[in-house]
Design a protein. Sequence first.
Length: 154
Amino acid sequence: MEGSPKFREYIVFFDILMCPHGAGFSEEVQLKETFTTFEQLKKAGKVRFLGVSSHNDPAGVLRAARETGHYEVAMVAFNVINGGYMEREIELAKESGASKKCKELPGNMKAPVKAYLWALQNPNLSAVISNLWDEQNLNDNLSVAGKKLRLQPG
């Protein structure tokens, strides 16, 4: 982190260290070396929170991350297709004090807007990240702000 002159000049710290980014299985979030390195960086004032991201087995990765007690942020695939599979793990992560960012998977124009709205209405999520390929996607997402829709997970 400190090897870059731009880091030393412009960046005081990172809010979130996503490690691993793109975890494919639960064992990836249980590495003691990750926790040791994170604690060293945190004590040095370089990072604030440890996070994980996952698109493969997001419920298993989220469960394993929660059980370690080290992760405070998770960005995992969560949408109307896997909602039933993910919902309980998201509730447990919230109860444990972890913040979450859950990412919708891309799809055609109609389905992503509905999926975005469905995710926005989940009280267990602290943020929702959506694909914004162009101005049309942005306008589609803005069009559902404040609306309510009843959708059930797949």
